[in-house]
Design a protein around this ligand. Structure first.
Ligand SMILES: Nc1nc2c(ncn2[C@@H]2O[C@H](COP(=O)(O)OP(=O)(O)OP(=O)(O)O)[C@@H](O)[C@H]2O)c(=O)[nH]1
Ligand SMILES: [Mg+2]
Length: 223
């Protein structure tokens, strides 16, 4: 085993994902853990569990236990049990549904009142940013809520995957008191690729993209 492997530390974190029904919580987690997205809505009844192991930095591996809480849980008597022991809370709303944003205040206040010993770290997550033309929640409103309550702020799309990795990674880093380097945050930015249909150059584009990837991960040896 090399020195660098010896030094690596493993930690576990519990994240809960909250917000109104249909805001896209399950879609966000499914995109993050399985890199998949489905158009059909299947309501989460109660809760679901997901697990993802990430390398946060050279020296830190994190196992994320992600609890996907059904939107219908708000006001029920199970929520406090679900939230118990969470270090991270993602408050998710749908940018095209103003109610889902208004209700976050309630989600937030309830969870805050449940955490007695120590407060979890919170992230305000604006989902469905691919539907910019249907947006009803302004970025100003989002930022006011995030700033007032000192929440991390993220604009994402579970559909395209935009900023999904970054959102989880930054919350984990915040909890562990780690300041990610620019390179580490850039790695988490998802590059959304679009296929060019019937293009005569498509093969060339593919080759160019493979070459770029190879360049990034290759070593340079001076002789
Ligand atoms: N366009 C778009 N649609 C999305 C996005 N995320 C989720 N959806 C759609 O929104 C609907 C609801 O998504 P879910 O992930 O099931 O919502 P949920 O928050 O888990 O809902 P509950 O389980 O009832 O709490 C589904 O039809 C998804 O395909 C997104 O980023 N963009
Ligand atoms: Mg769900």
């Amino acid at each position: 085993m090399s020195d660098s492997e010896d030094d690596t530390e493993d930690v576990q974190l519990k994240f809960v994902v909250l917000g109104d029904g249909s805001s896209g919580k399950t879609s966000l987690i499914t995109r993050y853990t399985q890199d998949q997205f489905g158009r059909n809505y299947e309501q989460t009844v109660g809760l679901d569990f997901f697990l993802k192991r990430i390398r946060l930095t050279n020296k830190k591996n994190v196992s994320l236990k992600i609890w996907d809480i059904g939107g219908q849980t708000l006001g029920g008597n199970m929520l406090d049990k679900y939230v118990f022991g969470a270090q991270g809370v993602l408050l998710v709303y749908d940018v095209t549904n103003h109610h889902s944003f208004e209700n976050l205040e309630e989600w937030y206040e309830i969870v805050k009142s449940m955490a007695h010993d120590s407060q979890p770290h919170y992230a305000l997550v604006a989902n469905k940013c691919d539907l910019e033309h249907l947006r009803t929640v302004t970025k100003d409103k989002h930022m006011t809520f995030a700033t007032k309550n000192k929440l991390q702020s993220h604009y994402i799309s579970a559909k395209t995957g935009d900023s999904v990795d970054l959102c989880f990674k930054m919350l984990a880093a915040d909890i562990l008191g780690i300041k990610l380097t620019r390179a580490e945050t850039e790695q988490a930015h998802r590059i959304v690729t679009a296929e060019i249909a019937n293009s005569a150059n498509s093969e060339a584009v593919k080759i160019a993209s493979v070459r770029r990837k190879q360049q990034k991960s290759s070593f340079c040896s001076l002789q």
